[in-house]
Design a protein around this ligand. Structure first.
Ligand code: UD1
Length: 417
């Protein structure tokens, strides 16, 4: 099991290219199971989560090959419609294979997905919506047996909460359904728009993606296309946090500024200066951050829950108190206890974290227990006095491509051994 070793207090400086978005790549890879012929996905990050999707595609009968950040999927018809527990458990994102396989094969058998332990993460909205589209779903001992006896039929689906995964799953199932499907209270995350762009290029008829109401007019079939995944706004937010805690001055390359609005606004409050130029974003951090006052995680375009952990690490060294309210997942402060080992002053209760900024953190042996929590420990390690040793690196590798190398190129003293 490798670990990360960081010697802190090196100011980050320079330019870094931001990887493609994991949360776009996963549903787009699942969507290729529904698209006949060849799909070429550019800017697909090399991560354990995306590798799990490629393994699933191969298991289903597709050819899936990667050359650097380009993935080519050849789909001449699926050979099976079940996904074994071992593959489903690898990532939460795998749940969207349900909609894609069901639409492609008229049946699907999957076990409940895995992913990071950040709460209960039910899939009741997915199941209810797929049933409304015409699927007959039997649930037995954590596995779902789904069939479509009379074909999928377009319908109106009102989500009780704008779930990202449920919106994607419905879009996939509805693309080739008979008639029109309307999703109200749909998630508006940029990754929804990216999935719709991919599907539309394959022949789908989706409008309103990225807005609250998504309309999907069913078509007969989808044919693979070439598509570039959008940049990862959470990785960008993490890099901003890393620059912020080290008083750094870095330029993010290949980002979409409008996706980062809520995060940039918080760091502006903390005293960071931003300069946007085309698809570049420069951040210049002060010697000591100001507190960020109150941060509430919300569905997009609100402050993203996935950025809460790394930004909380930055708040830990700000000059005052920051309060976080985590509204999306109920168990998302596990990194706080590890940050406390480094000297952070954080109290959590339920949705709430109260962070009293301290002048300095100190290197310690800490353990990551989820993807974004791992990113928080890296950001904290970068500003610690002395050496930090981070175990649980596999969590970081679910979502961050060559992260230690990118940070080292910006001047951090960090190695993976
Ligand atoms: C996706 C992202 C994840 C991000 C999250 C919220 C991917 C692969 N993952 O996860 O990084 O943190 O969006 O932005 O894209 N819920 C239910 N029932 C359901 C579905 C969801 O109760 O059927 C709840 C969840 O438990 C959670 C909330 O709704 O409390 C939001 O979840 P959702 O938006 O679905 O997140 P994911 O798609 O799992």
């Amino acid at each position: 099991m490798s670990k990360l070793y960081i010697t802190g207090r090196k100011r980050l400086n320079g330019a870094v290219k931001v990887q493609g978005a994991k949360n776009s790549a996963l549903p787009i890879l699942a969507a290729t199971a529904l698209c006949k012929g060849e799909s070429v996905i550019y800017n697909c990050p090399v991560l354990s989560d995306t590798e799990a999707s490629l393994m699933t595609l191969r298991y289903l009968g597709c050819r899936a090959e990667r050359s650097g950040n380009t993935v080519i999927v050849r789909n001449d018809g699926l050979r099976r419609s079940d996904i074994p527990d071992s593959l489903m458990r690898k990532t939460r994102g795998s749940v969207v294979f349900l909609g894609a396989v069901l639409a492609a094969e008229g049946k699907a058998k999957i076990c409940l997905p895995g992913g990071c332990d950040i709460g209960i993460r039910p899939i009741d909205m997915h199941i209810k919506a797929l049933r409304k589209l015409g699927a007959v779903i039997k649930e037995r001992r954590g596995c779902l047996d789904c069939r479509v006896p009379h074909g999928l039929k377009g319908c109106e689906i009102a989500l009780p909460f704008p779930s990202v995964g449920a919106t994607e799953d419905i879009m996939l199932a509805a693309c080739t359904a008979d008639g029109t499907t309307t999703i109200t209270n749909a998630a508006r995350e940029p990754e929804i728009g990216d999935l719709a762009d991919f599907l539309n290029r394959c022949g789908a008829q989706i409008s309103g993606a990225g807005e609250g109401t998504v309309i999907i007019d069913g078509v007969n079939e989808l044919k693979g296309c070439a598509h570039a995944v959008i940049p990862d706004r959470i990785v960008a937010a993490t890099l901003i946090s890393c620059a912020a805690v080290t008083g750094g001055d870095i330029t993010l390359k290949g980002v979409i500024h409008s996706h980062l609005g809520a995060v940039v606004s918080v760091f502006e409050d903390a005293g960071c200066a931003f300069k946007a130029d085309g698809n570049e974003l420069r951040i210049k951090a002060p010697e000591r951050l100001e507190p960020m006052k109150l941060i509430r995680t919300m569905p997009y375009p609100g402050f993203p829950t996935d950025a809460q952990a790394p930004v909380l690490a930055a708040a830990a060294v700000a000059d005052g108190t920051t309060v976080f309210i985590e509204n999306i997942f109920e168990n998302r402060y596990r990194h706080a206890a590890e940050l406390a080992r480094m000297g952070a002053d954080i109290r959590t209760e339920g949705k709430l974290a109260v962070v009293e900024g301290v002048p300095r953190l100190y290197g310690a042996a800490v353990e990551a227990t989820d993807l974004r929590g791992a990113a928080a420990l890296v950001a904290a390690g970068l500003c610690c006095e002395g050496k930090t040793e981070i175990s649980g690196v596999k969590y970081l590798e679910r979502g961050y491509e060559d992260f230690e190398q990118k940070l080292a190129a910006l001047g951090a003293e960090i190695v993976k051994l």
